[in-house]
Write a protein that binds this ligand. Structure first.
Ligand code: SF4
Ligand code: SF4
Length: 374
């Protein structure tokens, strides 16, 4: 059991250090837009982006724990996030673990069944969030969805859109619609050139086609089938305000492509893996770290997703969040825990593993797999 909490939100405990990146999820990756994008399709209102500070006399660095005033406390578990593996139909140039058609890391039946055990052990659970790779390529994807929906849980599919058009997946969109699965898809720009440069030739057109297919099935239109899009900044800046950007996305996608969707999530680029390498290459690492630290917003803390989320990897280990999973910061109780070992009592007793990367969640309006926090 962690030490005594100073208040309902914080408690004291050790901070962890990061190690190796582990998994890939489109929504967490930095968009790379080449210069010269047409103004009417540029999605990042540059005037709203907060620039990286260049003042070498910036204040001394603080730890995340000191900023928070202690260790984060858990609230009841509401979200089970399952990363089913690294198999993907795309091979995006920015994919920091090189997910692709030849990756063999896939959730086993044993690990999938162990993850499903959480559905009945945690009565406070409301949502199952499935990610990858392309999660729909897992042989266990549909079983996970149907078991969760049988229990009337919300299911989120982190979808790359193009999988909906792939041979062998012709019935996938209808399956998602029938199950009322919420589709969350990364669409970093309206521009064919920018999207194809980041995600591969032909991805933009396929994404538009897939969004139209989803719209035709009621997604983003009927109030029952939710379609959400994800945006993250081009580089070392905080995302612009989520509300106005969502309005701009809606206007542009409707006008140019007759596409509608429900919500836009803005997500802060985390200093993890490939984006960290990018910052080192461009000499922006320290400035971006200081930007995140200097933008620390205590109002985000009650909403941090690690407080109510259990994150499971393709090989059945458990983490506080998808970011900790990328950093291989496994939850332990003497030894690394597997999902089948986790009970509500044990989960509540484990301290949340935090580190300097956590400033990415608390900067500005905050950031999570569901966008801004405040
Ligand atoms: S679509 Fe696949 S390859 Fe591209 S970023 Fe997402 S997981 Fe990686
Ligand atoms: S990265 Fe964010 S969600 Fe994960 S432990 Fe840190 S604050 Fe929590």
């Amino acid at each position: 059991m962690a030490s005594t909490a100073p208040d309902p939100v914080h408690r004291r405990g050790p901070e962890a250090v990061s190690s190796q990146p582990q998994c890939c999820e489109c929504a967490h990756l930095p968009a790379r837009l080449p210069p010269g994008s047409p103004p009417q399709i540029r999605l990042e209102p540059k005037s709203e982006a907060i620039p990286v500070p260049t003042d070498s006399k910036a204040p001394a660095r603080i730890t995340f724990r000191d900023a928070v005033g202690g260790e984060l406390m858990r609230s009841p578990l509401e979200i089970l996030q399952i990363n089913v593996g690294k198999l993907c139909n795309q091979t995006c140039v920015h994919c920091h673990v090189n997910a692709g058609p030849n990756r063999s890391e896939q959730m086993t039946e044993e690990a999938a069944e162990a993850a499903l055990g959480v559905l009945d052990r945690f009565p406070t659970l409301t949502t199952v969030d499935v990610t990858g790779g392309a999660p729909e390529m897992s042989p266990w994807f549909r079983r996970i969805v149907t078991e969760a929906r049988k229990r009337d849980l919300t299911v989120i599919d982190r979808c790359n859109l193009t999988i909906l058009l792939q041979p062998g997946h012709e019935d996938l969109a209808q399956f998602l619609a029938d199950q009322r699965v919420t589709v969350v898809a990364s669409l970093p720009c309206y521009s064919k050139e920018n999207v194809d440069a980041q995600r591969g030739d032909g991805v933009f057109q396929a994404s538009i086609e897939a969004l139209r297919l989803l719209n035709s099935l009621g997604y983003g239109r009927d109030g029952e089938r939710h379609l959400d899009l994800v945006f993250n900044p081009v580089g070392a800046s905080l995302p612009p305000a989520q509300g106005p950007l969502e309005a701009a996305y809606k206007e542009q996608l409707a006008e140019h492509f007759d596409i509608t969707f429900d919500h836009l999530y803005t997500i802060t680029n985390m200093i993890i893996a490939r984006f960290e390498s990018f910052l080192r290459r461009t000499g922006e690492l320290e400035g971006y770290e200081r930007l995140l630290e200097g933008s620390f917003n205590p109002a985000t803390i009650p909403q941090l997703m690690c407080r109510n989320t259990l994150s499971v990897s393709w090989d059945g280990y458990v983490y506080d969040c998808d970011f900790n999973q990328m950093l291989d910061l496994r939850l332990e109780n003497g030894s690394a825990l597997r999902v089948g070992d986790v009970t509500p009592e044990l989960w509540d007793s484990l301290g949340i593993i935090t580190g300097r990367h956590c400033f990415g969640c608390t900067a500005g309006a905050g950031s999570s797999c569901s966008g801004a926090l405040t």
